[in-house]
Design a protein around this ligand. Structure first.
Ligand SMILES: CC(C)(COP(=O)(O)OP(=O)(O)OC[C@H]1O[C@@H](n2cnc3c(N)ncnc32)[C@H](O)[C@@H]1OP(=O)(O)O)[C@@H](O)C(=O)NCCC(=O)NCCS
Length: 351
């Protein structure tokens, strides 16, 4: 590149000031608007709350490139993982460089920094997300493929516009459950899972391991009550209303399936669909449709400021996509999940 090489500095995300987080937010939002100018972006308060409140097992390191007076963040990268018993080989990350600084080696230098950090922590595999369409997707995919990473899964981000929801369809799904799902009842709770249900709920969370992994190098996750309580506490501290609807198999008392929505006080127009899962033995009885319809009826009745719900699905997840598309979720964009072993990235980059 011409001129002095920009300096990559560690960015202490755990102790960052409000002004530093505002600079990070400005970079993130500008990358989103560059790709999708018409899709709403989170307000600053939402970004700040999401960064400040994470579960205690989250380990994260950020790096930044600043402009000369340190008011504008020009590029950033991070590597993060949760200290837990599964997936101890993985480091999750993202790299973002402002358009005027691209193709000057900054992204490559940030990737090399992630690789060094991952290896120093005794981990072997880097997992990066990248948009997979449009000009941004073309550059990101070209960048990652040339540096030894492989796209292991395609994910679909979609939005449900609340004013597009078909109330009659929701009611049909609820009514049909009376015949199709005899012997099951719905339970619901807000925020913290009740103590008398939490063991059964955490057992049910393992159903998420049956979502398609495609070619990802990703072990089944092990959920524990402690891990769940930490995650729940972080979400609540962020100002998220976490609503859960679960289907109980009455005879066994097992939780056969559940769905979760996080509705954000920091961004009242947006909610996130968190997990939805139904165990194999309880599938094809309309439980998934019942859970989602019951949740949406409540969301519509109780959150007048909400405009959209965002969800992510593996492109190969036909069962979940079938339900979501019928509900009216429309694709926003597609993202690739890219993985590379650090030695493979070093080989490709000569590092
Ligand atoms: C992907 C990104 C991080 C690369 O940053 P960068 O600073 O431009 O990276 P470098 O200068 O080190 O390398 C650029 C490489 O990207 C690839 N690339 C860039 N534009 C490309 C295009 N239109 N088509 C194909 N490959 C392209 C090439 O491999 C290029 O190398 P070259 O310049 O030697 O040909 C940057 O484009 C970006 O921030 N994009 C938006 C955010 C994003 O998509 N992040 C996902 C990555 S985890």
């Amino acid at each position: 590149m011409s001129g002095p090489q920009p300096t990559i500095e560690p960015f202490d995300i755990d102790h960052a000031s409000d002004a530093e987080l505002a600079a990070l937010h400005d970079l993130e939002v500008s990358l989103e608007l560059e790709a999708l100018p018409d899709v709403p972006v989170p307000p600053l308060a939402h970004t700040v709350a999401s960064i400040r409140h994470v579960p205690p097992e989250r380990v994260r390191q950020y790096w930044a490139v600043w402009d000369t007076d340190r008011s504008r963040m020009l590029a950033r990268a991070h590597a993060a993982w949760d200290e837990r018993e599964d997936n101890r080989h993985l480091a999750f990350g993202y790299i973002g460089v402002r358009p005027d600084l691209r193709r000057q080696g900054v992204g490559s230098a940030l990737l090399a920094t992630i690789v060094d950090h991952t290896e120093a922590a005794g981990r072997s595999t880097v997992w990066l997300d990248a948009r997979s369409e449009g000009a941004q997707g073309e550059a990101a995919e070209g960048f990652l493929a040339a540096r030894g990473l492989e796209r292991k899964q395609l994910g679909r981000r979609s939005h449900l516009r609340l004013d597009h929801v078909d109330d009659a369809l929701l009611q049909t799904w609820v009514d049909r459950a009376a015949q199709r799902a005899e012997g099951y009842s719905l339970l619901q709770w807000d925020q913290r899972c009740p103590d008398d249900l939490v063991e059964a709920f955490v057992a049910a969370k393992h159903v998420m391991n049956s979502a398609p992994k495609d070619d990802l190098d990703f072990e089944d996750e092990v959920f524990t009550v402690d891990l769940w309580r930490d995650r729940e506490a972080a979400l609540i501290a962020r100002g998220q209303n976490l609503w859960t609807v679960a289907a109980r198999h009455d005879e066994s008392g097992d939780i056969a399936g559940y769905t979760e929505i996080a509705h954000l006080s920091t961004w009242p127009a947006m909610a996130y669909q968190e997990d939805t899962g139904v165990w194999h033995v309880h599938r094809n009885k309309g439980l998934g449709r019942w859970l989602k319809a019951a949740m949406l009826q409540r969301v519509k009745a109780e959150t007048p400021d909400l405009e959209r719900i965002e969800t992510w699905n593996a492109g190969s997840n036909e069962a979940m996509l079938g339900i979501n598309i019928a509900l009216g979720f429309e694709v926003v964009d597609w993202w690739g999940e890219w993985q590379g072993k650090t030695e493979q990235i070093r080989k490709a980059t000569g590092g």
